[in-house]
Design a protein around this ligand. Structure first.
Ligand code: IPD
Ligand code: CA
Ligand code: CA
Length: 263
């Protein structure tokens, strides 16, 4: 089979991000009604989440009717081709409902079950990150530059980003996370998808999160790997399915961190 046209698929992902931003932004900082999903932690969802995913799904169905779609808000449409789009219209809804511009729209494309193209868009800030088998880029308000993860940083000098310490719910994961934090130089919280992009762009060294869904991570992996970063699931699962995900700027740093997270 011929190689897919990654540049064309990336351009389409960018168009999806721009359209979803137009749907989501009218709900940001407007005291939008918050619904709460069932689950062990407080998990909000807004009309902004649903409107963002609706427009993306409509555009995919128009342009690529054979492609599958897996979205956080509206579930799975089975593929009739090797391609499935994986969508999180607002990653960081907790940040969104607090008025913090650290949420992001995540748009991924899996090819034959592997994450191939991925995009993160934060339209208030003007940040868009995207990656494919051809590399990874940051677009800031129309200016595009390639990104690369930071190398040669040992754990003792590493900055670590993760969404919240309380998400490491099992005693084992909490112990491992605290051990990693004790060995690193700096730990920052509250970044959701942003931290994975900050790692890919060389501003921090490790981005990690616990208990992720496929749509939380599939769109970010092509950005991480396209920028030269590496990723693992520390309990041995398939990383494209989410789970306990750790990413680092270099292989030696990932190995150092994995030794702690698997101990
Ligand atoms: C959340 C973010 C967060 C992760 C949580 C997810 P949402 O997604 O991805 O970083 O730690 O597990 O629920 O609900 O804001 O899309
Ligand atoms: Ca999410
Ligand atoms: Ca979400």
């Amino acid at each position: 089979m011929h190689t897919p046209d990654w540049a064309q698929l990336t351009r389409f992902a960018i168009a999806l991000a721009e359209a979803s931003a137009r749907e989501i932004l009218p709900y940001f900082r407007r005291n939008t009604a918050v619904d709460v999903k069932d689950g062990p932690v407080w998990d909000p969802v807004t009309e902004g989440d649903r409107a963002g995913e609706r427009i993306i799904r409509r555009m995919i169905e128009e342009h690529y009717p054979d492609h599958g779609i897996l979205g956080e808000e509206f579930g799975l449409k089975e593929a009739r081709s090797p391609f499935t789009w994986v969508l999180d219209p607002i990653d960081g809804t907790r940040a969104f409902v607090c008025g913090m511009p650290t949420w992001a729209t995540l748009i991924g494309l899996s090819h034959e079950g592997r994450p191939a193209v991925g995009l993160m868009n934060q339209p208030v800030v003007g940040d868009m990150f995207y990656g494919s088998p051809e590399g990874a880029w940051h677009d800031y308000r129309g200016q595009t530059s390639p990104i690369a993860s930071r190398k040669d940083v040992p754990l003792a000098r590493a900055s670590v980003g993760t969404t919240a310490p309380e998400l490491y719910r099992s005693a084992e994961n909490q112990r491992r996370f605290q051990a990693l934090k004790a060995r690193a130089q700096l730990t920052r919280y509250g970044g959701d998808a942003y931290f994975f992009c900050m790692m890919a762009a060389g501003h921090i060294d490790i981005a990690m999160d616990c208990g992720l869904q496929p749509y939380d991570i599939t769109p970010l992996l092509p950005i991480v790997t396209g920028a030269g970063g590496v990723a693992a699931e520390w309990t041995g699962g398939d990383i494209a399915q989410g789970g306990n995900v750790i990413t680092a700027g270099s292989r030696p740093l990932l190995d150092e961190a994995m030794a702690i997270m698997t101990a």
